[in-house]
Design a protein around this ligand. Sequence first.
Ligand SMILES: C[S@@+](CC[C@H](N)C(=O)[O-])C[C@H]1O[C@@H](n2cnc3c(N)ncnc32)[C@H](O)[C@@H]1O
Length: 355
Amino acid sequence: MNESEKIKNLKSNNIYSYDSPELLKFEKQMSRYFEREYKRWENNSNLPEDYGVSSFDGDIAKQETLNVSVDHYDEEYKVYRSFLDSDYMAYTMGYYGVTSDENPSHKITLEQAQIDKYKLIIERADIHDGQHILDLGCGFGGLSRYLLETFPTVNIVAINPSEIQTNHIRNELVGKENSFDDSRFKLIQSFFNTAESLDISQNSFDRIITVGLLEHITNIDLLQKNLSYMLKVGGKCFHHCIVSRDLIPQYLNAENTIMAQYYPGAHIWPYNEPKRHDNHLQLTDSWFVNGMNYWRTIDAWHKRFWISIDELYPKYLSIEEVDNWNKYFSLCKTMFNPNSGESYGNGHYLYEKVK
Ligand SMILES: C[S@@+](CC[C@H](N)C(=O)[O-])C[C@H]1O[C@@H](n2cnc3c(N)ncnc32)[C@H](O)[C@@H]1O
């Protein structure tokens, strides 16, 4: 990366760019720290309750902390535009095909990796034409867009409280993309608390998909109860979320870690936790998705962020904000790569409404 005057200026303030020796050294140290931490909790057989946290109690999500969390999503649209994939603006892991056995070295673009994630979700959640689908926590509408484009007769309801993300859907997709016509797509700008508060009737959907939502959910049991209410009998629900392979006590509440600065009120559940929620909906399958897929995704975001730095700084970002974003990318990346991505990754969970 050519060193522009701005990059030099940031460097003189101890903000080091993507791929610089200083940042790579910092990331190596961080990875080693997380590797030790994962080793420490390997095969931890305790439950969250043993650490005073329960995914069976309380409100679905903490509204007050979610409000703050939504501030994060509502930061400059321009910044998200600069680093997310251009087509779908997915703000979750792209799928590069990394598994415990395979680490493909061929270059897949971020754009393709996001499409490959959608394909994986379609296959695992058994999505096909004609279905009525709820995209809960829809972000910038990428999954909805891909489904509407791929299946000419699916209908979608998408829910998201974020102003900047729903504005993107209203301004860039609805009215501009043919697939987003009113008869097939409905956007609800709101926090999801209960089905009733949003006037969603019983037995409405064939599929409910959440991508990156469970990290914001405090009471998974109450969420599942509501999802069961909205699903038709025989309908399926699919969750995709960040998980640790083993239970790491301090990750159960973001407030215990530096992550609270970015996602107050968030939770990183251990892989087994959503599987315990087999009461309102029946768990039919689950998969651990290797963390190197997310590492590659964030690495691509991080690189694109720095490629756009001349545009972003100082027009849209102050020096402190550049520092925050840079640390955020490095921190998130280095949580995923220890132990070749087998300690920290994503969980996929498929449930069915059987009665
Ligand atoms: C990590 S982002 C993922 C967005 C999108 N699904 C994607 O893959 O790009 C999490 C999303 O969940 C939304 N969210 C968080 N809490 C929510 C709630 N209680 N109800 C609805 N959406 C929520 C956020 O606004 C954000 O759009």
